[in-house]
Design a protein. Structure first.
Length: 280
């Protein structure tokens, strides 16, 4: 099988780094974006011909478009777009600053949307390809103290679920990856925390503090195994719409969705009561 070319955002750590490392070991080509090159110097030196490191801040929409256009022009074809760049923001909704709200939306939601939008004309022209959007089981399940992160992930899931139907006729597949907790910098390094208010002490909104403290036990997810499953998904036809990674994440997602369906089923008479009577 011929080698593929991948464009992956946010490859300096976490899933982006592990995917890039595994792909390069397999002989694939990776265009990987970072905000600083220092964390990927070893990859730059080890794979000078197959790893193209690009500086990108995904909140800079014109820069996203220029990078995507330049990459397709240089390589002729890019087989897989991985929208991975993002971060977590913890704190009660009231505790978050306006700047924090704006920045996480610009990064996790708008940046992902614009990367995909910028890629679609190229993927369509070349006759197909695959888009992988990194989400989280928090795109289906919400916890206190994580409202803006959930807002971005619920948002990108709705966007992708619509887009997948638009681009299927062009042989473009879209997959939402929904990992559970994993031992990455997302939880143990890059997570941002609001300026906490004493009014929320002993409130469920501050439950995340225990989760972020590694001394309370590490997350169950192995980022390398997760990266392997993501890479393997590109060979599945048709592209899976969603992939939940982690047994704990799947169990919580299933219980949440079952409760949601039961709630909707209990509203059948209420919903019907707002229709015009039959024949009118």
């Amino acid at each position: 099988m011929s080698t593929r070319t991948w464009l992956i955002t946010g490859v300096s750590s976490g899933f982006g780094y592990e995917m890039t490392r595994l792909l390069l070991e397999k002989g694939e080509k990776v265009i990987g974006t970072v905000r600083k090159r220092d964390k990927v110097i070893s990859l730059i030196e080890q794979y000078p011909d197959t790893f193209i490191c690009e500086l990108l801040d995904v909140t800079d929409v014109p820069a996203i478009r220029k990078l995507v256009d330049r990459s397709f022009e240089k390589f002729g074809r890019i087989d897989v777009i991985v929208s991975n760049a993002g971060y977590g923001l913890f704190g009660a909704a009231e505790e978050l600053s306006d700047e924090q709200v704006d920045h996480i939306i610009a990064t996790n939601l708008t940046g992902s949307i614009q990367l995909i939008r910028s890629s679609l004309p190229h993927l369509r022209t070349q006759g197909g390809g695959r888009i992988i959007q990194m989400s989280t089981y928090g795109g289906q399940v919400a916890f206190p103290g994580n409202s803006l992160y959930h807002a971005t992930k619920f948002g990108i899931e709705g966007f992708c679920e619509s887009v997948v139907q638009e681009v299927a006729p062009f042989n473009i597949g879209v997959t939402l990856v929904e990992p559970g907790g994993a031992r990455t910098e997302f939880r143990y390094g890059s997570a941002q925390v609001a300026k906490l208010m004493s009014e929320y002490d002993r409130n469920p909104a501050h439950g995340f503090l225990k989760m972020l403290d590694a001394s309370n036990g590490l997350a169950p997810g192995d980022p390398v195994r997760m990266a392997e499953r993501i890479i393997e998904s590109v060979d599945q036809e048709p592209a899976p719409m969603r992939m939940v990674l982690g047994s704990q994440a799947l169990a919580v997602t299933l219980s949440t969705l079952k409760a949601r369906v039961a709630d909707f089923e209990g509203q059948i008479d209420l919903a019907a009561s707002t229709d015009f009577p039959s024949g009118e």
